[in-house]
Ligand binder design. Structure first.
Ligand SMILES: C[S@@+](CC[C@H](N)C(=O)[O-])C[C@H]1O[C@@H](n2cnc3c(N)ncnc32)[C@H](O)[C@@H]1O
Length: 314
């Protein structure tokens, strides 16, 4: 069993005013997010210093050996300093992918009344969207209450009054029609599989539209990628989902994919020194026409085929 779920997550939230956070896995103190974490990890590219960057901080950890169980979705266990830094750094330096995502769905964000972000972490990316679209209400939802509490504090300090926080398990979504739009950034590929999360959204929330960023492939091939960092002992998914498969699931529930876009990063990311830990970096390649440069995004031994999808009700 993991240590952080809605109820288990509360165990680390008793630190007074979020000034200290006890890591329940390693039982050591994490620093205040307002100063030391943000300050020491930020860099101009908006990613934590050190060998890792999101989504490499995602810790979808299985304590058992099976990585294909849906139960794995409830096994995000690590709440370590680097993961915390991944979430909190974004408050000051929004990720390039978040900016691209905002541009991709700006027309839908503007026309919507209320939007929920599933797997929002501390809500840093949600806050970026909320700041750009002040007439729309946003709810940052996650099942780890500690993330939400941290985000609430930061949002309050920043005076963002169109951003709320809600604890919620994506796999056991409550039925509600209060949201006309749903977003999810960099989370679906770190869940065991895509179908149930999509069906939960389509049948429980029934939104007008649902936009997400994750690892997708244009062809009809999905890959379940189970990463095992032998040195840290941590395991997590880096799944790549076939867009045609997502299209079929949409069609079965009265939705369709309205548009897709590859996320091509506009900056170079250095290769981490530590080869034993996942960490995104870029390599420039010349495109077929030889007149432009493309940046491949690589993490550990894996190519990262980032895409943005906009799904709409048919
Ligand atoms: C790796 S983070 C991405 C955070 C954020 N969207 C971003 O782009 O920075 C994935 C998040 O999904 C959350 N998560 C995983 N499974 C979930 C579930 N079943 N219900 C709600 N949140 C979940 C994790 O707690 C984590 O905060």
């Amino acid at each position: 069993m993991g240590l952080l779920s809605p109820s288990r997550g509360d165990a680390v939230a008793h630190a007074p005013c979020c000034s200290v956070i006890m890591d329940p896995c390693r039982m050591r103190m994490a620093p205040r997010i307002e100063d030391s974490v943000i300050a020491s990890h930020e860099n101009p590219e908006g990613r934590p210093r050190g060998p890792r960057s999101w989504p490499d901080h995602a810790r979808l950890v299985k304590t058992g050996s099976e990585m294909d169980s849906k139960k794995a979705a409830d096994d995000w266990t690590s709440f370590d300093e680097r993961q915390l830094a991944y979430h909190t750094t974004q408050w000051k330096n929004p990720k390039e992918s978040t900016k691209a995502f905002e541009a991709f769905i700006a027309h839908r964000l503007d026309g919507s009344r209320r939007i929920i972000d599933l797997g929002a972490g501390t809500g840093a990316a949600t806050a970026f969207l909320a700041g750009r679209h002040p007439a729309t209400d946003f709810v940052a939802a996650d099942y780890v209450s500690d993330f939400l509490r941290i985000g609430e504090n930061v949002a309050k300090n920043q005076g963002l009054d169109n951003l709320a926080f809600r604890q919620l398990d994506w796999m056991e979504m409550p039925e509600t029609t209060e949201f006309d739009g749903v977003v999810s950034l960099q989370t679906l590929s770190w869940l065991p599989e895509p179908v149930e999360p999509l069906v939960q959204v389509f049948t429980k929330l029934k939104p007008e539209w649902f936009a997400l960023t994750s690892l997708f492939y244009e062809g009809d091939i999905s890959c379940t990628i189970s990463v095992h960092e032998h040195v840290t002992g941590q395991r997590f998914f880096y799944n790549v989902y076939a867009i045609p498969e997502i299209r079929r699931v949409c069609a079965e529930h009265g939705y369709h994919i309205a548009s897709t876009k590859r996320f091509e990063i506009g900056i170079d990311l250095e290769k981490p020194d530590n080869l034993d830990a996942m960490g995104t970096y870029t390599r420039r390649v010349v495109t077929e026409s030889s007149d432009t440069i493309e940046r491949l995004q690589i993490s550990g031994p894996i190519l990262m085929p980032w895409h943005m999808l906009l799904i709409e009700r048919s």
